[in-house]
Every structure is written in structure tokens, then in C-alpha cells.
Design a protein around this ligand. Structure first.
Ligand SMILES: C[S@@+](CC[C@H](N)C(=O)[O-])C[C@H]1O[C@@H](n2cnc3c(N)ncnc32)[C@H](O)[C@@H]1O
Length: 448
């Protein structure tokens, strides 16, 4: 019988969702930071029924795929669960994860293609959300430990570029010089909760998330930013909610640029701090191009892009040959999407600010009898029953599903499988070094 603190011999037999899986004394044991085939002494830290979790103490037979993680915080910070794996093995892990969820758990008949690598393996993140903790005069910026709210102090993150190191150091120095009080999530007191930053093509948007109005003078920080960044915008976001949501609804522009401007696949876009944007530019570009290639829009009368963000993909797909609807719930992203449509003179496009659950059935009812094509790119929780029923009702020939969580993707594909075959599944490494993976799936209607 396994007990907490037992030290046992363990062989990593397969990959699970983020850890390895093996069997010890009839228990299924999950252990992080190992590689399939490795044998290790592990310490059990949790047991329930016939399942246990353990942490490695000593690796007795290291795998040839093991590398020295490129970050000193590996194992402490929750960011990089796979940084001990040689990159090719990371891709194997991710394909396996998607295949496990879709083929084994959801029991769907699908051929999962190899995971498409990221052009950059380090320094790829264009966004960081750093919790601000500690105490007045000794402020700490960092990342959370895995499954915890303890901070690992970090003045450097290998997933972002040099821009992030500079920003972390400038903001920490500013907070400590000006006596800024960090947030305490146990008492809900203190001023600054997070520093959220986005950096694309030399343009920085830095947002201080404040527990109420921000009272300190921001001019010294703005002056420092100006010394290091040619194009930056400084914002304060107000978030007094007693929960884990990072940004509140109100964002004030303090100085500098108001949005990032860019161009992709011939679409010029604008991006504000509250809007969602894929974190890895190189992989985002590959995904949008692949979605375009997977869709045959020659017969389409109505195209719907659900969960459309600032609408780059919508604009790539829109045409004067059919009506295009984009549905997005975040008002700032819809502002960006409308400006993006204007900048590009995109024809027959309607941007709707609302919930897909309410808006998709309305669009389908208003266009009854027409031929639809639908793209969905939901957050991690995936689609709900109302959305799946609306899709089955509209019966588009093709649905393309872009997912950041293969477990909810598999669940939703299984719901839609009553009328659809899964005809394409390709994982993309949007998040190298982590155990997260993006996936494109295409569903094709069964017409008999
Ligand atoms: C994974 S992002 C995809 C955005 C976009 N397709 C892209 O590639 O940048 C999901 C988007 O859905 C939006 N969203 C979340 N829940 C929503 C809902 N119920 N209805 C409409 N949009 C929603 C989020 O604000 C976010 O912009």
C-alpha cells in the first residue's frame, strides 16, 4: 500500500496530460519532470484510492532526450513543465497528448498529425502577466508556482525576450523607489496586483493592474520606459474583484501609444491592452494560414467566425462573395476588430459584440436555408451545449475548430460527431517548453 512520503522505484511508462504515468504496487502514479523510459526514485506526495502523485528525487536511468533546462527556475515556476525535454521529444509529448484526448478518451477515429514546431523555442512570448507581491520597499515580480499562488521571483523569463527583463527591472525599481504597495491576496489590500505587458515589433503596451485608482505619480516610470523603449504605451487597469481574473473592465491610458499596430497575411490590425491576442506570433501566423487553406469557401453564403478576438483571421477569410459575421464578447477587442475592418476596407463584414451562445443561434435563424461555414476558437472551456446544438442545426459542410485545450476539444468533437467526421487534426506548438498545445481540427459533415 502506498502512503504519503514513501520513496519508491518508478518507471515512466507513458505521458499523461502534463506528467508521466507509471504503475507502482497497483497504483497509477503521476510524476512530473520525467521522460518516458526513465527510471527514478520518487517521493509520494498524494494518494487517493488507487492513484498517487509523486515527485522525482533521483533519476537512476536518464533518457537521451533529457537536457539541462534553460532556466534556473525550472521545477519551481509553473511556466515550463517540459524544459527538461529535448525539443523533438516535446513535440512527441504534445502530439501524444492530443491523440490521447481525441482518440483514446473521446474514442474518435482521427489521424493526429505530428505537432508543428514553433519557429522560436525561447523568447517567443509577446505577452507576460506578472503578479506583484512582497511588501512596500521590497516588491517582488514573478510567476506563480505550478497550481499555487506562491510567487517565484523572476527578473528574467526565457519564454519572453530581453524586453521583458528590462521591463521587470524598471517596474520593480520604480515600485521600490516610490513606495508602491503590492497587493495581498489574503486580505485583498494593497495597490498593485499585476503588471501585464505585450511587446510586438518594437511596440510595448505596459498595463499596471491596480486594486482601485492608482495613487502614485507615474511620471518617473514613464520617463524610464522612454529611455528604454522607442514606442510604448502606459496604462492603468482597475481591478478590485476578489478573484483570480487578472484584468478588470476599466483601463485608463496614461501616456504613449494607445495600441499596437501590425500587419499579417495582408491584414493591417490594431491591438489594445484588454484584447486577446495569440502569444506566439510565428505560430499564430502558421495557424491562420492553415485555417484559410483548410476551408473551401467557394459555395459559402454565410461565414461565421466565433470567438473572433481582434479579427485578423476574420479579415483574412472575409470576401465580397459572402456575408461574414464575427462574434466576440470583449468590447475592447471588438473596437480593435472594427478599426481593423475599416483599415482594410473589408467587405460584407459585421462585427458583433456579444456572447456566442446568444448570437450564433440568432445569425443561424436570420440566415435559415443558406450554406454556412463556421470557425470556432473558444477559450479553454470550449463550447457549450447551446453552441454545439446551433452548429448541428446550421449544418455547415465544414467547421474548423482552433483549440487551446485538447481535452475540451475532444469532448466537443465527440458531441458534434453525431453528424460530422473529424477529417483533420494538427497540433501546433504555440507554447514551447510548456505542456500546453494548440490544435486545429476540421469537421466535415456526413451527408447520407
Ligand atoms: C482563444 S481566443 C481567440 C481569439 C481569436 N480567434 C484569435 O485568434 O486571436 C478566444 C476569444 O473569445 C472571446 N470570448 C470568450 N468567451 C466568449 C463568448 N462567450 N462569446 C464570445 N466571445 C468570447 C475572448 O474574449 C477571446 O477574444
Amino acid at each position: 500500500m502506498l502512503r504519503v512520503n514513501d520513496v519508491v522505484l518508478y518507471t515512466a511508462e507513458a505521458y499523461g496530460n502534463s506528467e508521466t504515468v507509471g504503475v507502482v504496487d497497483g497504483y497509477t502514479v503521476f510524476v512530473p519532470h520525467l521522460i518516458v523510459g526513465e527510471v527514478a526514485r520518487v517521493r509520494v506526495n498524494y494518494v487517493k484510492k488507487n492513484v498517487a502523485y509523486a515527485a522525482p528525487i533521483e533519476i537512476l536511468h536518464p533518457s537521451e532526450s533529457r537536457i539541462s533546462p534553460p532556466c534556473p527556475n525550472f521545477g519551481k515556476c509553473g511556466g515550463c513543465a517540459l524544459a527538461h525535454l529535448e525539443y523533438g521529444e516535446q513535440l512527441v509529448f504534445k502530439r501524444n497528448k492530443v491523440s490521447n484526448n481525441i482518440c483514446k478518451l473521446a474514442k474518435l477515429n482521427a489521424d493526429v498529425l505530428p505537432c508543428v514546431p514553433s519557429p522560436l523555442r525561447l523568447g517567443y512570448r509577446n505577452k507576460l502577466s506578472l503578479p506583484v507581491r512582497g511588501r512596500r520597499g521590497a516588491v517582488k515580480l514573478g510567476l506563480f508556482e505550478r497550481n499555487s499562488h506562491k510567487i517565484v521571483t523572476a527578473d528574467h523569463c526565457v519564454l519572453a525576450g530581453d524586453w521583458a527583463d528590462t521591463l521587470i527591472s524598471l517596474f520593480t525599481e520604480y515600485c521600490n523607489r516610490c513606495g508602491v504597495e503590492p497587493y495581498d491576496e489574503r486580505t485583498f489590500r494593497g495597490g498593485v496586483r499585476h503588471l501585464v505587458a505585450r511587446y510586438i515589433d518594437g511596440q510595448l503596451l505596459a498595463t499596471i493592474v491596480s486594486n482601485g485608482e492608482f495613487k502614485e505619480d507615474l511620471r518617473p516610470f514613464a520617463r524610464k520606459l522612454a529611455e528604454h523603449f522607442d514606442r510604448f504605451g502606459l496604462f492603468v487597469n482597475i481591478n478590485t474583484a476578489h478573484n483570480n481574473v487578472i484584468m478588470g473592465k476599466t483601463t485608463r491610458h496614461i501616456c504613449g501609444i494607445e495600441y499596437i499596430e501590425g500587419e499579417h497575411l495582408g491584414v493591417r490590425y490594431r491591438l489594445r491592452p484588454n484584447s486577446f491576442f495569440q502569444v506566439n506570433d510565428g505560430v499564430k501566423n502558421l495557424i491562420y494560414g492553415k485555417v484559410r487553406d483548410l476551408l473551401d469557401l467557394s459555395d459559402t453564403e454565410v461565414l461565421v467566425d466565433c470567438f473572433s478576438g481582434i479579427g485578423i483571421l476574420t479579415n483574412v477569410l472575409a470576401s465580397c462573395r459572402y456575408d461574414t459575421y464575427a462574434i466576440e464578447i470583449e468590447p475592447s477587442a471588438v473596437t480593435d476588430a472594427e478599426e481593423t475592418a475599416q483599415l482594410n476596407g473589408t467587405p460584407r463584414l459585421v462585427n458583433i459584440c456579444g456572447d456566442v451562445t446568444a448570437e450564433l443561434p440568432k445569425i443561424i435563424a436570420a440566415n435559415a436555408g443558406k450554406r454556412f461555414t463556421v470557425v470556432v476558437d473558444p477559450p479553454r472551456k470550449g463550447l457549450n451545449d447551446v453552441i454545439c446544438d446551433a452548429l448541428l442545426d446550421a449544418a455547415p459542410d465544414t467547421i474548423v475548430y482552433v483549440s487551446c485545450d485538447s481535452a475540451t476539444l475532444a469532448r466537443d468533437l465527440a458531441r458534434l460527431a453525431v453528424d460530422y467526421d473529424v477529417t483533420y487534426v494538427e497540433p501546433y506548438d504555440m507554447f514551447p517548453q510548456t505542456d500546453q498545445v494548440e490544435t486545429i481540427a476540421r469537421l466535415t459533415i456526413r451527408r447520407n
